[in-house]
Ligand binder design. Sequence first.
Ligand code: IPE
Ligand code: IPE
Ligand code: MG
Length: 248
Amino acid sequence: MKKSTLYIVPPQGIHVAIVMDGNGRWAEMRGLPRSAGHRAGVDVVSRIVHAAPRLGIDTLTLFAFSSNNWQRSPGEVGALFGLLESYFFQEARRAAEHDVRISVIGRRDRLPSALVSAIDAVETATAENSGLHLRIAVDYSARDSMLQAACWMVSATEVTQQEFSRRLGDVTHSPDGSPDVDLLIRTGGEQRLSDFMLWECAYAELHFLDRMWPDFDVADLETAVRDFHARDRRFGSVPVTVATVAIQ
Ligand code: IPE
Ligand code: IPE
Ligand code: MG
């Protein structure tokens, strides 16, 4: 008898996190400024967000700006923030058209006030949407958020892993806590986490692609999700058998 694998998929769908890398190289290969790569990257985000629910994804966390990206030129940082601001205002206006709830995780105290206003607008406008939960990481550092959560822990007693995850949510403005990642995708050819979701990726399945983020398409996401469902997630236990969960 053919033995297949039991895919342990949470009933509410999977949490996919993406390190959207390669925008700058994509642009440079075409003789364009790096900001053109970031602009092309935003279009990909819209397509991926649209496709995510039918692939069984209910939470999607996208790494848009790392706390270490402050080391880039003010021009590039400004261009990125401008794109994010436009995206958030656009999504706030379109809140009723898509059933997507948008939250922004990471620090806000160093962001330009116009960007913070756009974040407030999109979070408020989409708060009641109950479909995909889209989380965008801006000025985000996993180490920094763990450090802040650890500071809180010093005065707490008997902290569980669940409480620590909730606390990570508090420090990164993620009101639902910071859920475990099921599948982590990184484009751009690098095979590293670059300080993204270090706690939440403890048992994430990793999927790396050479393709630059502006070239990533819905078919790549489908492949990654199919590949995820074909893996044996053992969580330290032994393999289990039978039953599959199909992609709708
Ligand atoms: C990812 O693309 C976007 C951000 C980090 C903001 P990069 O800008 O890192 O692109 P590469 O890696 O230089 O090609
Ligand atoms: C990670 O990409 C951050 C984002 C995609 C926002 P980087 O390009 O900053 O990562 P490194 O420098 O290659 O590790
Ligand atoms: Mg990069």
